[in-house]
Design a protein around this ligand. Structure first.
Ligand SMILES: C[S@@+](CC[C@H](N)C(=O)[O-])C[C@H]1O[C@@H](n2cnc3c(N)ncnc32)[C@H](O)[C@@H]1O
Length: 187
């Protein structure tokens, strides 16, 4: 199957990271993307999993109500974001599950230590990112991947929350800023 993510609007800057995570996620495992918007990064992830013949579960978590910075975007004002997401992802609809919940409520539906990869790309404010980190980290297995987007000077709240969270776990943080992402692996 050919990649089609470029036909979808979004902020997907991390093809190398997602390609690596697809290679690393075991058969029968679970990969959660928190923050999918219109599905650009999710389209890459699902198609890459199909292309690499990797048989793991993919869950997309989002309210599909947008983040604070999206209030003036047409899809939010008109309430069409989830419909657009669903239409965009229709070629791979059987390859993922959409969990339409706030991030923290969604995290609570997973058992601790049950996830192989979690990628955070939801809210960007310090307090929200800090809460996401605290909520999702325990859900990742030992040896599993815990990563996220927008580690960049454009989003100081993300940088501050990630730096603070990993001061206690500095050995687990593998990179910061490459493809605008932070990457960690649970010890
Ligand atoms: C930057 S966009 C995601 C971009 C997407 N990964 C892409 O490739 O284009 C952030 C998304 O996070 C969602 N979001 C923000 N805060 C959230 C929260 N607390 N719970 C669930 N979703 C949230 C928004 O609805 C929005 O769709």
């Amino acid at each position: 199957m050919e990649h089609f993510f470029e036909s979808i609007e979004g902020w997907f800057t991390f093809p190398r990271l997602y390609t690596m995570l697809v290679q690393q996620t075991p058969a029968g495992g679970t990969f959660v993307e928190v923050g999918s918007w219109k599905g650009q990064s999710l389209a890459f992830l699902t198609v890459e999993a199909i292309r690499q013949r990797r048989d793991f579960r993919i869950v997309a978590v989002d309210t599909w109500q947008g983040s604070s910075e999206h209030a003036s975007v047409d899809s939010i004002r008109q309430g069409t974001l989830f419909e657009e997401f669903t239409a965009n992802l229709s070629p791979v609809a059987d390859r993922f599950t959409a969990l339409r919940l706030p991030s923290l409520e969604a995290a609570a539906t997973f058992a601790d230590g049950s996830l192989d990869a979690v990628f955070i790309d939801a809210a960007h404010e310090f307090a929200a990112v800090a809460a996401d980190l605290e909520a999702w980290y325990p859900k990742v297995k030992r040896g599993g991947w815990f990563c996220g987007h927008d580690y960049s000077s454009a989003w100081p709240g993300v940088v501050r929350a990630v730096d603070r969270f990993f001061t206690r776990r500095s050995g687990e943080l593998l990179s910061r800023g490459d493809e605008f992402c932070w990457v960690s692996r649970r010890a």
